[in-house]
Write a protein that binds this ligand. Structure first.
Ligand code: 3HC
Length: 322
């Protein structure tokens, strides 16, 4: 429910910044939604553009790893399912760029910032998809991590972002199920297929844990983001939820997660896990991951090679606007 806009009597004289800030603070404290037409602190707006743009960029770049397997999918059914998933990611990017535009951002400008390295996208998409089993593991582990991270965002304080997440999360659950079903099928196959699945799990498990961001004591944005109700849980809290969800799923699948320290803590009922390689994480988000250069250059080519489409559509719209 969005905050009641200021009563007319209250707006007879334009309220001063202190009154506007007090109204914003009361909206957040009452866990009500902030909407595009509402006054908001510039830092709140800029912080939302930062996170929503990164999220949107992640969805669009995230089309590449699985998109590489569209022509090599082993059956028409697998190709159709993978195509539907990759197309969904494009749609998620569009919802999120639209949410960013309600904050005054421009999607072409955001894309330029991504390509110039001035905005980030999720670290996870900088790893290669070496075999077809990677498509199943991305669905199971990466989209599973995205679900853990995105469900709380359905309650984000900024209306357009929260509403975009509701549609995204419904589609993410299809993404995770199709990946898990693909892996189940392979695990019932040959020894070679089982080995292919285990190899993919070994390569994607630790980068999936990194998706949730740095540890809480090294997360400069979390405290303010949670105070504003943009983020509802800390990076470590969501990472722990994800581990607790994934361990039984791995057991049911018959794969081993590549962490010898993984163990159920009988006191807490949560799984303890090993140390994450944060040096690797910092390298990847600084642009030095295995696929960063390839992912960004393909995004640049998509922007430049298709610029004529945008120009033609814009010219048509301008011509018919009058
Ligand atoms: N990849 C790249 N950069 C990351 C990162 C990651 N996995 N985790 C953190 N960072 C960056 C942050 O952007 C921040 O840099 P910045 O200030 O320049 O933006 C820095 O590392 C410090 O991290 P913080 O924890 O302080 O940053 P946040 O509070 O923004 O938390 C986040 C990071 C948890 C990723 C948060 O931004 C978030 O929840 N974003 C929205 C969800 C999202 O982006 N999900 C992942 C991709 S979508 C996806 O998976 C698609 C699915 O269909 C497969």
């Amino acid at each position: 429910m969005s905050a009641p806009t200021l009563d007319r009597r209250e707006t007879a004289a334009v309220p001063d910044e202190a009154a506007l800030q007090a109204h914003f603070d009361a909206t957040i404290a009452a866990d009500r939604r902030v909407e595009p037409r509402d006054w908001m602190p510039e830092a709140y707006r800029a912080g939302l553009v930062r996170q929503i743009a990164q999220h949107a960029h992640s969805e669009i770049i995230g089309m590449q790893p699985e998109g590489d397997w569209l022509l090599a999918a082993p059956s028409l059914r697998r190709k159709a399912v993978l195509l539907a998933k990759v197309q969904d990611e494009a749609g998620h990017g569009m919802y999120l760029y639209s949410a960013a535009e309600t904050l005054g951002a421009d999607r072409a400008d955001l894309t330029d910032k991504l390509i110039e390295g001035r905005q980030k996208y999720s670290s996870i998409f900088n790893y290669p998809t070496l075999t077809y089993a990677d498509c199943g593991v991305i669905g199971w582990l990466v989209d599973g991590a995205a679900i853990c991270n995105q469900v709380p965002l359905c309650r984000s304080s900024y209306g357009p972002y929260a509403r975009a997440m509701i549609r995204v999360c419904k589609e993410e659950s299809f993404h995770q199920r199709q990946g898990y079903e693909l892996l189940m099928t392979m695990m019932r196959g040959t020894d070679a297929q089982r080995a292919m699945v285990q190899d993919a799990v070994d390569r994607w498990w630790w980068p999936s844990l990194m998706m949730f961001g740095p540890p809480d004591d090294d997360s400069p944005n979390s405290a303010q983001s949670m105070a504003w109700g943009v983020k509802r849980h800390s990076n470590d809290e969501l990472r722990q939820r994800y581990v607790d969800m994934s361990v039984p799923q791995a057991a049911a699948l018959g794969v081993t997660l590549p962490d010898p320290e993984l163990a159920l803590d009988p006191e807490t009922g949560r799984y303890r896990f090993g140390r994450i390689d944060w040096a690797e994480f910092k390298q990847v988000i600084s642009g030095n991951g295995p696929c960063n250069a390839e992912r960004v250059s393909r995004r640049r080519a998509a922007r430049d090679d298709n610029a004529w489409v945008l120009e033609a559509a814009t010219a048509y719209a301008d011509k018919h606007a009058s």
